[in-house]
Design a protein around this ligand. Structure first.
Ligand code: GLN
Length: 188
């Protein structure tokens, strides 16, 4: 198994380290040519969605990544990655627009912009969740399965081959979400 990690900006190294700990090979996607590599899944990391979105367009990678995901490539977006995958972003235009969710950016207000909590994730029980100026999912379409919520806010969800979390599982000492993604790849 080999996973491509979008490495234009943000927390891509932490995802690669997590995968390495789980014995999974990964490589960095920095330019269009990197998309020619065989990959079993793609990770879109946290960072700044506006910056990543612009670079994806400037480097002419957006359409290709979008098509790969639409055609079934397992994709995992964390935080800014969730925003990139959302079909709708409150007050802004969408980027890859692959998943039937509405994202709200910087959604916890200035004071609560960054926090840590523990909530259950799917059937897996409670896991640590680190939020950094995180978005949340305001609306999710019929095909979207909610995997985690914090208060009233949806913070993790899946739609077929697509997984998103508003928090950063790559920053905590817990492998649950990455393992979940690897299981999605094995199912595919
Ligand atoms: N606030 C960032 C954005 O809107 C997301 C923050 C993150 O990825 N940690 O893109």
């Amino acid at each position: 198994m080999r996973i491509g990690v979008l490495a234009l900006q943000g927390a891509f190294t932490e995802h690669r380290r997590k995968l390495e700990g789980l014995g999974v090979r990964s490589f960095e996607i920095r330019r269009k040519k990197d998309l020619e590599n065989q990959m079993d899944g793609i990770i879109l990391p946290g960072g700044e969605s506006t910056v990543m979105g612009k670079l994806l367009r400037d480097l002419e990678m957006a359409d290709q990544i979008r098509n790969m995901i639409i055609n079934g490539l397992p994709a995992f977006g964390t935080c800014a990655g969730l925003i990139l995958m959302a079909q709708r972003i409150k007050g802004e235009s969408a980027y890859l627009a692959t998943m039937d969710i509405t994202a709200r950016r910087n959604a916890y207000g200035r004071q609560l912009g960054s926090f840590w909590t523990e909530e259950s994730f799917g059937e897996e029980g409670k896991i640590p969740m680190t939020f950094i100026r995180a978005p949340y999912i305001e609306e999710a379409g019929n095909k979207v399965m909610v995997l985690a919520s914090t208060g009233e806010k949806i913070t993790a969800a899946r739609q077929d081959n697509q997984l998103v979390t508003a928090f950063h599982p790559e920053l905590d000492d817990d492998d649950t979400v990455h393992r979940y993604f690897l299981d999605m790849i094995k199912e595919a």
